[in-house]
Design a protein around this ligand. Structure first.
Ligand SMILES: NC(=O)C1=CN([C@@H]2O[C@H](COP(=O)(O)OP(=O)(O)OC[C@H]3O[C@@H](n4cnc5c(N)ncnc54)[C@H](O)[C@@H]3O)[C@@H](O)[C@H]2O)C=CC1
Ligand SMILES: O=C(CO)COP(=O)(O)O
Length: 331
């Protein structure tokens, strides 16, 4: 690998588009795998993504675009995956080339339904990538605010600090600050769990609960997150750091949050199917709720918020009644 490693982004939603923008601030060339040929041709002609963050303009000569996933894997040293977790399995199934020597980062905040694993674990257990070659890009950061160049903070987690720094330095700019962490498992679980709590916040809002209740819900959510993560990966971590608490707060409170938006519709009486139909974007917390609930059946952490969201989304229980019961379990 040369001094200037090649980086490629896999995915073409809002977050992938934002990450490509961040990398373009620092790199001469950024690889970008885009599944849809139509979207790729549109970007080549119009210099912006047709569907997501359409205000972000790219210099086409800075982009190495391809809709061939194998070609892009062969091109890059660092591969950043930003495909929603529900579609990762089917995208990975297209791969015929080798991951040997490649460094895989995940900016995905979810669990892969087919394996029930967070993405880093999936890379390790299923794709057999060593943990030193796996990293996570996380933190409280909405793609829409990156597009607006509003100051945002990212945490880059990798067991090999040098690799975390390479990605951190490639993303940092006037409006992006990065820090590194070695908690690849805990940060990923936090990123997945906060989406479920954001759905809970949305449901509460949709049901008419106010700011006073929301703060109690968030306070209970961070404690629940801590209990959950401690069961899956015990290590010394400060749950109040931005990658854990910060991400919970931005997703629970921001009007940009897809998960909160989805929850809000459920609270207002939409069915799961109709809420999903209304959403142009993916609410990862929907899939995470099922996986986290099932995982916790084995681990046995006390998770009244996840359990409540699960009963509403997957057992068709009444949100109003379920939240009434939940209110008696919070403090
Ligand atoms: N949007 C944001 O601000 C942030 C998102 N993330 C995470 O990034 C990941 C990607 O989310 P977004 O970019 O927000 O998604 P999005 O909702 O903006 O875009 C959805 C993406 O999924 C793709 N897609 C749809 N059907 C597909 C299929 N069958 N196979 C493969 N791809 C398919 C679409 O082409 C599109 O690229 C998620 O895990 C999310 O949690 C993380 C941080 C911030
Ligand atoms: O992860 C995010 C912010 O840090 C994005 O959350 P949403 O998917 O709910 O928009």
């Amino acid at each position: 690998m040369s001094n200037k490693p090649k980086i490629a982004v896999f995915g073409s939603g809002s977050w992938a588009t934002a990450i490509v923008k961040m990398l373009c601030e620092n790199m001469e060339t950024v690889g970008w795998y885009i599944r849809s040929e139509q979207s790729l041709e549109y970007i080549q002609e119009n210099k912006h993504n047709p569907n997501y963050l359409t205000s972000v303009e790219f210099h086409i000569d800075q982009l190495k675009l391809s809709n061939d996933i194998n070609e892009m894997i062969d091109y890059a040293d660092y591969l950043i995956f930003v495909i929603p977790s529900a579609f990762v399995h089917q995208e990975l199934a297209k791969i015929t080339t080798s991951f040997e020597g490649k460094i895989l980062f995940s900016a995905i905040k979810g669990i892969i339904p087919e394996s029930g694993l967070i993405v880093g674990e999936h890379f390790h257990d299923i794709l057999k990538v060593p943990f030193e070659n796996i990293g996570v890009i996380t933190g409280p950061c909405h793609a829409e605010e990156v597009a607006l160049e509003r100051l945002s903070y990212l945490t880059i987690a990798c067991r090999d600090e040098n690799k975390a720094e390479i990605i951190g330095n490639s993303l940092a700019s006037r409006y992006i600050k990065t820090k590194t962490s070695d908690d690849i498992i805990g940060t990923e679980y936090a990123a997945m769990l906060k989406n479920i709590y954001a759905i809970a916040a949305g449901i509460a809002h949709g049901l008419g609960y106010g700011d006073n209740f929301q703060s109690v819900l968030m306070s209970n959510s961070i404690r629940e997150m801590k209990r959950f993560i401690k069961k899956v990966h015990k290590m010394k971590r400060n749950i109040n750091n931005s990658a854990y608490l910060g991400d919970l707060l931005v997703t629970g409170y921001s009007t940009f949050s897809r998960n909160r938006m989805f929850g809000n519709m459920i609270g207002k009486g939409y069915t799961v199917k109709s809420a999903q139909f209304e959403m142009v974007m993916v609410a990862e917390g929907y899939y995470a709720t099922k996986s986290a609930f099932e995982l916790n059946q084995k681990n046995g952490a006390k998770t009244p918020i996840i359990d409540t969201v699960y009963r509403i989304l997957y057992e068709g229980k009444n949100p109003k009644k379920q939240f009434k019961k939940l209110t008696d379990l919070l403090d």
